[in-house]
Design a binder for this molecule. Structure first.
Ligand code: FAD
Ligand code: NAP
Length: 542
């Protein structure tokens, strides 16, 4: 039986799920466990979401593998062996395929099918979801597991279409890795995707030119083979470890948060603490002081520490200075976790070109900036994503009275808890704007949302309720709260994709909820415990 035959979806279901990444797969598993009929519709020809599409060289997780994994099945956790401390994309994709097979999920996934429309029928209390194959599914619940970073940003570099050489984008990398040996390769972008690509391809290419508009903060991962004792200790205290993750501000139990304030800590001790966290690697450093992302003076001490680290590694002082982020607070964009990034710039075949003041134009032969044309055989774009709202924006979503989500979100996304939108009953968002989402270990946030959605639907079943919808008042109050909390931090000071600044014309609204995974979970649980406070429920039970 082919994949398409096996995945043919019934027309009328309890739940339709869009997307087969971490979120969609777990939602399907939970829906089945609740006895709901459900299907997933996925544009790709396989499961994996982020880890299906982003096959660029060096793609790797920035949270330790055992933490960036599902917690819902202790047996899965016990059986699966990660080969590296920070798993690379092929292994993450294997893991998600294993999950799909182990829980027999594939038979309810419709692959190579893109959802184009989702319309709420107020009389039937159902969603009709239409696809690019010309068919439709009708379901009581619609779960948008479409991903926060699944809609690559349009290539907005002038002349991009004129380039005569090979062109690749990090977010949609070919399955067969192209051969770059001996070639003159250029890459535009220095976000996490490019940092990983650059590090991986530098030894392989003839020459690499890195076009950098804004330097990024990057911390060494100290990657290596996964250690048996780490897994043993993790599993020995599995429940406690997973609880610690769920209550942690960013959902990473290893990133222990102290109650220390930067400027109250003597300089020598501060330095020792930074060094200790630096040696640990990854996001551990973010938890070192409570005020890291609250006061500029505190943040500046971290910036100075990183600047010194870059100078220690990069031999050419001018290049080191160019690589040092100075224009935004550390942590106000997701920090990269690298494996030898800064070291790459000591290679004789790598050149860093600053495009902050002299923007780039692509020509048929290469890239031109500041009056100089850099001739290339290969051009890579690592320009990022239309984040958090991009994938939803590509679907014509219509709620009550035919209102388009696009119109409702004209001035920026508005949700209650990042989970639901007023006027769009029975449509759930997974890690939507207004939730911690991209500021966290996303698997933790995804599981929290799916568990909450599942419990909500189960509760509706018990009370014979048909529909749930965020009230306008609750949504307004939540949006105000999300903004208020963000404004208490340094986050909004960066021109980041968190605020929509990377996409021309996108409203500048700080999208994720910064109060932390643990605090947020508590709020969601309280809302549920108080009878789904802020939601209007209707049906036979009311
Ligand atoms: P996704 O994995 O993005 O899956 C969404 C799926 O929905 C996609 O397969 C897409 O094809 C499908 N889809 C979207 N729209 C439609 C439509 N209209 N019709 C049909 N299908 C549709 N997070 C971390 O916490 N740690 C990391 O280290 C990390 N690394 C990352 C690295 C990269 C390169 C990127 C881009 C993101 C990374 N993230 C990381 C964030 C990552 O997106 C999440 O961790 C997680 O994988 C998201 O899972 P998801 O199921 O919510 O969404
Ligand atoms: P990104 O962080 O948005 O980086 C995009 C890069 O492209 C930036 O350097 C940006 O410069 C540059 N750029 C965009 N448009 C440009 C233009 N027109 N001209 C010149 N430069 C341009 O995107 P990303 O690297 O794909 O990462 C997105 C997110 O995905 C990350 O923040 C992270 O959450 C996740 N991710 C995680 C990992 C991981 O480590 N596991 C890996 C990849 C991605 P400016 O900064 O000046 O705009």
């Amino acid at each position: 039986m082919t994949m398409q035959e096996s995945a043919a979806a019934p027309k009328t279901l309890d739940m339709v799920i869009v997307g087969a990444g971490f979120a969609g797969l777990y939602m399907l598993h939970k829906a089945r466990a609740m006895g709901l009929s459900a299907c997933v519709i996925e544009a790709a020809d396989g499961v994996g979401g982020t880890w299906y599409w982003n096959r660029y060289p060096g793609a790797r997780v920035d949270v330790e593998s055992h933490e960036y994994s599902y917690s819902f099945s202790p047996e899965l956790e016990q059986d699966w062996e990660w080969s590296e401390r920070y798993a690379a994309q092929p292994e993450l994709l294997r893991y998600l395929n294993h999950v799909a097979d182990r829980f027999d999920l594939r038979r309810d996934v419709r692959f190579e099918t893109r959802v184009t429309e989702a319309t709420y029928d107020e009389n039937a209390h159902r969603w009709t979801v239409k696809t690019d194959r010309g068919d439709a599914v009708s379901a009581r619940f619609c779960v948008m597991a479409t991903g926060c970073l699944s809609a690559p940003k349009k290539i907005d570099v002038p002349g991009a279409e004129t380039f005569k050489g090979e062109v690749y984008t990090t977010g949609d990398w070919p399955r067969q890795h192209p051969d770059f040996s001996g070639k003159r390769v250029g890459i535009i972008g220095t976000g996490s995707s490019s940092v990983q690509t650059i590090t991986e391809i530098a030894p392989e290419v003839g020459h690499l030119t890195v076009f950098q508009r804004t330097p990024n903060f990057s911390i060494p991962a100290h990657n290596g083979p996964a250690r048996a004792d780490v897994k043993r200790d993790w599993l020995a205290n599995r429940e406690a470890n997973r609880r610690a993750e769920r209550e942690h501000p960013i959902g990473i139990s290893a990133a222990i948060v102290t109650d220390k304030m930067t400027l109250e800590t003597p300089e020598q001790e501060r330095r020792r603490m930074y060094e200790e966290r630096w040696a640990k690697g990854g996001f551990a450093i973010g938890g070192v002081f409570m005020d890291f992302l609250v006061t500029k003076e505190a943040n500046d001490t971290f910036v100075d520490f990183i600047a010194e680290k870059i100078r220690d590694v990069v031999k050419d002082p001018a290049t080191a200075e160019l690589l040092t982020p100075r224009t935004y607070p550390a942590g106000s964009k997701r920090i990269c976790v690298d494996t030898g990034y800064f070291e790459v710039f000591n290679r004789s075949n790598v050149k860093l070109v600053d495009i902050a003041k002299a923007p780039v134009t692509v020509t048929p032969k290469g890239v031109k900036t500041g009056g100089v044309e850099h001739e290339l055989d290969v051009l890579i774009f690592g320009l990022g994503f239309d984040a958090m709202t991009g994938a939803l924006g590509k679907i014509n979503i219509r709620g009550r009275g035919g209102e388009a989500l696009k119109n409702k979100w004209d001035g920026g996304p508005r949700t209650y808890l990042g989970l639901m939108v007023s006027g769009f009953p029975n449509m759930f968002l997974v890690t939507g704007p207004g939730s911690p989402s991209v500021l966290s270990n996303m698997v933790v946030s995804i599981e929290q949302h799916i568990d909450w959605i599942s419990a909500c639907i189960a509760s509706m079943g018990e009370r014979q309720q048909d529909t749930i919808e965020a009230t306008q008042a609750a949504e307004d109050a939540w949006v105000a709260h999300v903004n208020e909390v963000a404004d208490m931090t340094l986050y909004p000071q960066a021109n980041s994709w968190y605020i929509g600044a990377n996409v021309a014309g996108k409203p500048r609204v700080f999208m994720p909820y910064v109060a932390g995974v643990g605090v947020y979970r508590q709020k969601c649980d309280e809302v549920a415990a108080n009878g789904y406070e802020g939601f209007a429920l209707s049906g036979l039970g009311r």
